[in-house]
Design a protein around this ligand. Structure first.
Ligand code: MN
Length: 250
C-alpha cells in the first residue's frame, strides 16, 4: 500500500456501488487518493479485495451494514470466514434511525459479534456507522475493543462534544465529510477534535454534489473546508491527513 505517495484520503467510499466500479478503483489510484473501499455485505468482499490488490491506493474493507442486518444477519458466518484475511472492516455499526429501528436489537447482536471477532483476531481498522446510536457504539467499543490493538474510525460522526471527547479517549479517529462541515453545530464539534485523529471521506456514491454522485476526487473540497474550520492551509491539512493515515496503518 502506497500511503506516502497519496495526496488525499477518502476513508469511507462504496466504490463497488458506482455504475463503473472498475473505473472507480482505477481513478483512485490515478489521482493518488488513499481510499478505503467499504462494503455492505461480506459477499461483496472478495471482489473488492481482488480489485484493490490491482491498485496502489485502494484498500478493501469487509463489511456488514447495519441497515442490511434485518435481511443479511446470516452472512455473519461469511464475515467470520473472511475476517482473518481482512485488515480493514467496514461498513459496520448501528443505525437507530426510524427506518431501521425495528432491527436495532438484532443490529446490536451482530455488531457485538463483529467486535468480539475483531478483538480476537486483533489489529483491525474498523469504519463504523453510528446514526442516532453514538453512545451505544461507544459503550460497545469500550466493552469489546480495549487492548485489542484495533482502531475505530467513526464514519459521519454525529455525536455531541462530550461523545467526541469520549471517542478520543477510547483512541478513535474520525473520517470527516462535507455534510458534517456544512452544519454549524457539527462543524463546531469537528473543530474540537485533535488534529491527529482526523481523516476525510466522501461516503460516495450516496452523497450528491452539483446534481451528481460524489467521487473520491471531491474529497479535495472537504480538505479545503476542513482547513478553514481549523485555521490552516489546504496543503498543510492535506499533508496532516496523509500523515494521520500513515500512523494509523503503520
Ligand atoms: Mn457508507
Amino acid at each position: 500500500m502506497n500511503v506516502q505517495g497519496s495526496r488525499f484520503v477518502d476513508y469511507h467510499c462504496h466504490l463497488d456501488l458506482y455504475p463503473d466500479y472498475h473505473k472507480a478503483f482505477t481513478e483512485c489510484s490515478r489521482l493518488a487518493i488513499a481510499t478505503l473501499a467499504v462494503t455492505t455485505t461480506p459477499k461483496a468482499y472478495p471482489k473488492n479485495r481482488e480489485l484493490a490488490l490491482t491498485t496502489e491506493h485502494v484498500r478493501a474493507a469487509l463489511g456488514l451494514h447495519p441497515q442490511l442486518v434485518a435481511e443479511r444477519a446470516t452472512e455473519i458466518n461469511l464475515f467470520e470466514k473472511y475476517l482473518p484475511d481482512a485488515r480493514y472492516v467496514g461498513e459496520v455499526g448501528l443505525d437507530a434511525g426510524p427506518q431501521f429501528y425495528s432491527s436495532f436489537r438484532q443490529q446490536v447482536a451482530v455488531f457485538e459479534r463483529i467486535l468480539r471477532l475483531c478483538a480476537e483476531v486483533g489489529s483491525k481498522i474498523i469504519s463504523v456507522h453510528s446514526t442516532r446510536s453514538v453512545r451505544q457504539v461507544l459503550d460497545l467499543i469500550e466493552r469489546h475493543l480495549l487492548n485489542s490493538h484495533c482502531h475505530v474510525v467513526f464514519h459521519w460522526f454525529t455525536g455531541t462534544r462530550a461523545d467526541a471527547k469520549r471517542a478520543v479517549e477510547l483512541g478513535c479517529l474520525f473520517s470527516i465529510n462535507s455534510a458534517m462541515l456544512e452544519s454549524t453545530s457539527r462543524s463546531a464539534v469537528v473543530s474540537t477534535l485533535p488534529l491527529d485523529r482526523l481523516l476525510t471521506e466522501t461516503d460516495g456514491p450516496f452523497v450528491q454534489v452539483q446534481g451528481r454522485s460524489i467521487q473520491p476526487a471531491d474529497v479535495e473540497r472537504t480538505v479545503k473546508q476542513l482547513a478553514r474550520v481549523r485555521n490552516t492551509t489546504s496543503a498543510e491539512m492535506a499533508a496532516a491527513l496523509v500523515a494521520n493515515l500513515q500512523t494509523l496503518e503503520s
